[in-house]
Ligand binder design. Sequence first.
Ligand code: NI
Length: 140
Amino acid sequence: MIYITRETHFCAAHKLWNEKWSKEKNFEVFGPCANENWHGHNFDMRVTVKGKPDPKTGFVINFKDLKQLVNEEIIYKVDHKNLNIDVPFLEGKLTSCETLVVEFWNILAPKILKMTDGQVALHCIKLTETKNNYAEYYGE
Ligand code: NI
């Protein structure tokens, strides 16, 4: 089994806010991330897939195809957007790093299987929000 990773980047604004809580409680839990007028991050995302190399190409997956899929399904929808209000698949959700990796997984995992006729599976999505903080999701 070989693991192949496509790394990509996007910039986006968001706000961490629980509508069921008071303003005080939101600031107590989320700190400056609850700032009413949003804040932004330069996100780094790593999408890792796993499979066996195809003897015809030597590739597990063509990087070109993986790049195109990740761009079309995720990057073009979130880059330079406000995650709380511009992205339909995040509507009504808390836009934490944890939420993002799960939502991205739910979009990409079936499409990767489909485009490779079940030969290649999504293995991990790693999303880095700041230099020191990141989330990883393996689908469970
Ligand atoms: Ni933030």
